[in-house]
Design a protein around this ligand. Structure first.
Ligand code: SF4
Ligand code: SF4
Length: 441
C-alpha cells in the first residue's frame, strides 16, 4: 500500500516536471558555451556538475527515462543557482526556471527524516516568513554577542566541535545593532532637502533582523539624495530561499503578500539592498505569470523593483564629506549581475569615493559559493570554490572587499577568517562604505 502511494507520488512529480520544464530543456542546443562560466563544473570537472549536463538530466527525468530522486537530486542540489550559465548562454535557455522546476519536483516527495532537511523546512516554513520571529532571532543574536557569550564560545572552540559550518557562520556574523535603532515597518522618512523621488524600501528578513544597521544606512543614504522613504507594513520575506529550495507554493504566497503591501503605497520605485532579494522581487512577474488574478500586479511590481546602487547612481553624486584610504575591490552578487543585470552602478559609486584605490578582481563575476544556504548544506564543495576566490582576492592586495548581498558578505568574511587575514582585509556591504564616506555611521 505504502509502495503504491510512493509510486503515485513519484509519477505526479515527473508529470509536474514535464509540464513545467520540458519545453525549456529542449531549447538547449548543447553547445557548451556555458561550461567555462560554471563554478561547480570548474571545481568538480564532471558533466553532471555543468549546466548542460544538468539540463539534460532534467529533460531525461521529465521524460521518465531516469529516476527523479536517484539520478537527479544530487546534480541539482550541488548547483549553486548562481545563473552565470544563463548570462553565458547564446540562445537564452532559462536555466533558473529549469532549476526551480527541478527543485520543486524533487522537493515534492514524502517528508524526509534527514535532520538538515527537517531544519531547512522548519526555517523556511516557520521562521523566514514571520518578521516578529526573525526580529526575536536578531535580538537574541545581539544579546549573545553583547553579553560576551560569543567570545566564550569562540575561545572554547565548542561550536567548532559541534559543527564547523555553524562555527564559521557565527564568526562571520557582523556586530548586530540594537533593535532600538531599527527603523520599523510602517514608518515614513522624509527626504533631506527637496523631495526628488518617493521610494518604498524592502527591508528583507535577514537584513532586517541580523543586518539592520545596513538597512538604516541605506535609508539615510536615500534621504540624502532626495528620496522620501516609506517602509510598508506587512511586508515579508521575498521568498527567494523558498523558490531555490523548491517551495514554490510558499514563494508565491510571500510574493502576493509583498505585492499587496507595496502596491498600495504609491511609490515610484521599490528599493532593495540585497542582490538575492532584489532578483526575487524582479522575478515575481514570472513567478505569478499563470495566476490571472495576480499576474498584472506582479508585472507592475517587478517593473518598479530596483537595486539601491541604481537609485544612488541615478540621483547622485553622493555628498561625500571624507576620504576612504585603502585598496578596494568588488565581488559581484550573482543575482544582482546575472538576474537583475546590474554591474556598472556599484563600481561607479565606489570609484567616485574620494581617496579610494579601486582594483578589479580576477573572477569578480564568479560565484563566491555562498549560494543562499549552499554553504550550510554543502560546506566542503562551497569552501573549495571559496578558496579559489580568496586567491583572486589576495592578488588584488585589497584591504576591503565590497559586496551587495548578506550571504556574499558573510561568505567573504568566512574566507578571510579561514585565510587568517582578518587583521588586514574586511568585507563590507556597498552601503557601509558609501555611508562612511558621507559621514554617516
Ligand atoms: S545552456 Fe545554452 S550555452 Fe549551455 S549548452 Fe545549452 S544552449 Fe549551450
Ligand atoms: S547556476 Fe551556476 S552552478 Fe548552477 S549550473 Fe549554472 S553556472 Fe553552474
Amino acid at each position: 500500500m505504502k509502495a503504491a502511494a510512493t509510486s503515485n507520488h513519484a509519477n505526479r512529480a515527473v508529470e509536474q516536471l514535464h509540464a513545467n520544464a520540458h519545453d525549456w530543456t529542449n531549447q538547449c542546443v548543447k553547445c557548451g558555451y556555458c561550461l567555462p562560466a560554471c563554478p561547480t563544473y570548474e571545481s568538480m570537472g564532471v558533466e553532471s556538475a555543468s549546466p548542460r549536463g544538468r539540463i539534460n538530466l532534467v529533460k531525461l527525468a521529465a521524460e521518465g527515462k531516469i529516476d527523479l530522486q536517484k539520478d537527479l537530486t544530487e546534480p541539482i542540489e550541488l548547483c549553486l543557482g548562481c545563473r552565470a550559465c544563463e548570462t553565458a548562454c547564446p540562445v537564452g535557455v532559462p536555466y533558473g526556471h529549469i532549476l526551480e522546476a527541478a527543485k520543486e519536483a524533487i522537493g515534492n516527495r514524502p517528508p524526509s527524516s534527514d535532520n538538515m532537511t527537517k531544519m531547512k523546512k522548519l526555517a523556511l516554513v516557520h521562521l523566514f516568513p514571520y518578521p516578529r520571529r526573525m526580529n526575536l532571532l536578531g535580538s537574541g543574536a545581539m544579546l549573545y554577542q553583547k553579553s560576551g557569550l560569543s567570545n566564550l564560545v569562540r575561545q572554547s572552540n565548542l561550536l567548532y566541535r559541534v559543527s564547523p559550518v555553524l562555527a564559521h557562520l557565527e564568526q562571520a556574523l557582523p556586530a548586530i545593532e540594537s533593535p532600538a535603532k531599527r527603523i520599523r515597518a510602517g514608518t515614513l522618512i522624509p527626504s533631506k532637502g527637496a523631495t526628488r523621488m518617493r521610494v518604498a524600501f524592502f527591508t528583507g528578513c535577514i537584513m532586517d533582523s541580523l543586518m539592520s544597521r545596513i538597512n538604516r544606512l541605506t535609508i539615510e543614504l536615500l534621504t540624502l539624495v532626495g528620496c522620501e522613504v516609506i517602509l510598508p507594513e506587512n511586508q515579508s520575506c521575498c521568498g527567494a530561499l523558498h523558490s531555490h529550495q523548491g517551495e514554490a507554493k510558499q514563494a508565491k504566497a510571500l510574493a502576493k503578500r509583498n505585492i499587496q503591501a507595496f502596491m498600495q503605497m504609491d511609490a515610484e520605485v521599490i528599493v532593495s539592498n540585497a542582490g538575492g532579494c532584489g532578483a526575487s522581487l524582479r522575478e515575481y512577474e514570472q513567478l505569478l505569470a499563470d495566476d490571472c488574478e495576480w499576474s498584472g500586479a506582479a508585472k507592475d511590481f517587478s517593473k518598479k523593483s530596483k537595486d539601491i546602487s541604481q537609485i544612488l547612481h541615478q540621483l547622485g553624486p553622493l555628498p561625500f564629506t571624507g576620504e576612504y584610504h585603502g585598496i578596494v575591490t568588488f565581488q559581484d552578487s550573482c543575482h544582482l549581475r546575472n538576474v537583475q543585470k546590474v554591474q556598472t552602478e556599484p563600481r561607479l559609486l565606489l570609484q567616485a569615493i574620494p581617496g579610494i584605490t579601486y582594483v578589479e578582481m580576477a573572477g569578480f563575476d564568479r560565484c563566491c559559493a555562498s549560494g543562499g544556504i549552499y554553504n550550510l548544506l554543502h560546506f566542503e564543495e562551497s569552501m573549495k570554490i571559496l578558496d579559489e576566490k580568496m586567491n583572486d582576492l589576495k592578488e588584488t592586495r585589497a584591504t576591503t572587499v565590497i559586496t551587495v548581498n548578506p550571504g556574499c558578505q558573510m561568505q567573504m568574511s568566512i574566507g578571510i577568517q579561514r585565510d587568517g587575514a582578518a587583521n588586514h582585509i574586511k568585507s563590507l556591504h556597498l552601503v557601509e562604505i558609501l555611508a562612511k564616506a558621507c559621514g554617516l555611521n
